[in-house]
Design a binder for this molecule. Structure first.
Ligand code: BGC
Length: 613
């Protein structure tokens, strides 16, 4: 009885008001702020709640580095550190025409990539929105959808006379994929065999690199077992399955004459893509719907590697840093983060990602704003049905609100009142909402910098410096994200770091990167085939794939002639199909990281982009 009573006895509280983050709260009052000082006190309270101090940043990056070590040493670590079977570096001289698929958080992109050498390339691509039902349904249905989109794309390019018409003659002098775990053979692509004088067989014209932006335990350059879904996906019949085999089977079912030559994580694709034109690129980072990074690691330091001999002494490792600290040892979680995590599809997973990426930032901010509403601080204490819905406050809105510098914050008013149906907002409300967005966004940038710091340290690049290829809408569109990240790196390493480490946008780079890796893998398998040696890549092709090769019909001479090379970069029209609602974007030449190469979506498109990608 006594112990029961004890449970309810008031505890002695430490002096002051301590929030869940262990940070002392300022005495911000409940109820609407009556003046600028009271409003400032609320902002200061939020700042403290979401602060990541220098000491915390150092601690986080040290801990991540330790976790990366664990992942390199053994399977099953929280930070998985997945060997990618991609080693060596592109030279920019690779040539050939390949297909690429990029299954990301929101869109499926299908690309035809023409590697022209001399660091130049051309891309024709088309984006398809992946319907929610497919993200949650049977993976085979998703594979069928992908096969259909690809088939459409090929048909459309065929109609314009563009598809894969070039010879595959290649002066590749490029990267090396690694040894296979299945037969300990090595993949030598470094010498890039040329097809000189030999007419390529039809199947050679339909080689594809598949960018798959989820944690994949790879067993070869074109083999990989899904560890788990992340972001909004939860397809059935897929975890622990070989996703390449399943997609290849869908191609067979739909008679799409394409061979998956390589499977590549988006971070890896981004790294390869930028490295094609900027050789000093050493890291690939994604800051979009999800987050991740990859880098070159010495094979001897990947202690768990049992894939046999490799011709290069380094391999790209996919860190899967999004999973970092699910043990909650160092990340400065607030009550809002815990709530977002609890209500997410996979609680207690992807903790780092949940504090950084576009999929969650809006939701964290929504929870902070709801808390302010419940304390009667803003909106006269009223929310709306729309705003009460989970994920209703897109990260894209945060971005627009941060950009809103109008005197009365009109855009912010529009989003809150017109889009999200908040009954009425005062200027002070809107200013507070803007502060919430800035504070949550800034924390995400600082945490991202902790991740980058850990990888830089792990790969000994802090002093020598490097270029980091980054893709994802947070980096591309979110105001101040890049500046905040760089500032955090300066806080950690000193101001000189900004001369050593360069961020470079590799917009939609993963398609290009996947095509480069597909080329490398394909060259390797051709070379092995011509020498009669079985390689893992060719020997592990499933019977269904082999059958498909048999069935492939050659493109006729006539068709070949109808295919003028200069048309390879033409603008194709939109598909009519409702699911295929995004127009083709043509890339050309260098990695489109300059303003003039950026698409300038209108406001609505941009909102959607930022939220989802
Ligand atoms: C996935 C990574 C991916 C990242 C960015 C994460 O959720 O686990 O594989 O690279 O998102 O798309």
């Amino acid at each position: 009885m006594r112990s029961l009573l004890n449970r309810f006895r008031p505890r002695k509280l430490s002096p002051g008001n301590i929030n869940g983050n262990g940070v002392r709260k300022l005495d911000a009052k409940e109820g609407p702020p009556k003046n600028a000082d009271e409003s400032a006190a609320i902002v200061e309270e939020l700042n403290q709640t979401f602060d990541v101090s220098l000491a915390q940043m150092k601690n986080i990056s040290e801990q991540l580095k330790k976790e990366m070590q664990k992942g390199l040493n053994q399977e099953g670590a929280t930070v998985a550190m997945l060997p990618t079977f991609v080693s060596g570096r592109p030279t920019g001289e690779e040539k050939g025409r390949y297909l690429a698929l990029d299954l990301g958080g929101t869109f499926l992109r299908v690309c035809e990539v023409d590697l022209c050498g001399n660091k130049e390339f051309k891309i024709q691509q088309k984006k398809y929105k992946v319907p929610l039902t497919l993200k949650e349904g049977d993976f085979r249905d998703l594979c069928d959808f992908i096969a259909e989109c690809l088939d459409n794309f090929i048909a459309e390019l065929n109609a314009t006379g563009s598809i894969l018409s070039s010879s595959l003659s290649s002066d590749a002098n490029v990267a090396t994929a690694a040894g296979s775990s299945s037969n300990n053979s090595t993949h030598d692509i470094s010498s890039g065999s040329s097809n000189n004088g030999v007419e390529p067989s039809p199947i050679e014209k339909y080689q594809l690199g598949f960018t798959f932006s989820f944690p994949l335990f790879q067993t070869d350059i074109n083999r990989g077992v899904l560890k788990q879904w992340t972001k909004g996906y939860s397809c059935t019949n897929s975890v622990h399955e070989d996703v390449v085999e399943m997609l290849q089977d869908a191609f067979l079912r739909k008679q799409v004459p394409v061979n998956i030559a390589a499977i590549v994580n988006d971070a890896v694709g981004t790294l390869m893509a930028l490295a094609y034109s900027v050789p000093e690129t050493a890291l690939g980072v994604i800051l979009g719907t999800g987050t991740n990074a990859c880098y070159y690691e010495k094979i001897k330091d990947i202690k768990k590697w049992d894939g046999g001999e490799t011709l290069n002494d380094e391999m790209v490792v996919n860190t899967e840093w999004g999973a970092f600290d699910c043990e909650r040892l160092v990340l400065p979680l607030t009550v809002h983060d815990r709530k977002v995590d609890r209500e997410s599809l996979r609680p207690r997973q992807q903790m780092f990602e949940k504090m950084i990426s576009g999929m969650y930032l809006g939701e964290i901010s929504r929870n902070v704003i709801l808390h302010l509403i419940d304390r009667q601080i803003i909106f006269d204490g009223y929310s709306s049905n729309d705003f009460n819905k989970q994920h209703s406050f897109d990260t894209a809105y945060m971005s627009s609100i941060e950009l809103d510098n109008s005197p009365d914050l009109q855009e912010t008013r529009h989003i809150l009142e017109d889009v999200l149906s908040i009954p009425s907002t005062s200027l002070m409300d809107r200013q507070l909402v803007k502060s919430v967005c800035e504070i949550v966004g800034r924390r995400a940038a600082r945490l991202s910098a902790c991740g980058i710091a850990a990888v830089l340290k792990q790969s000994n690049l802090v002093t020598s410096g490097c270029t980091i290829g980054i893709d994802g809408s947070l980096f591309e569109h979110y105001p101040c994200f890049e500046a905040n990240m760089m500032q955090a790196l300066k806080d950690m390493f000193g101001p000189y770091i900004s001369y050593k480490v360069k961020f470079s946008l590799a917009r939609d780079g993963s398609g290009l990167g996947a095509a480069i890796v597909a080329m490398l893998a394909h060259k390797n398998s051709q070379k092995a085939a011509s020498s009669g040696a079985p390689t893992a890549t060719s020997s592990s092709v499933s019977p269904s794939v082999a059958e498909e090769k048999e069935q492939t019909q050659p493109i006729t001479d006539d068709e070949e002639k109808k295919t003028p090379k200069e048309e390879s970069n033409i603008e194709a029209s939109e598909f009519d199909d409702k699911q295929q609602d995004i127009k083709i974007t043509n890339g050309n030449g260098k990695i489109p990281n300059q303003e003039d190469n950026k698409e300038q979506p209108d406001h609505k498109d941009k909102e959607q982009d930022i939220q989802k990608e």
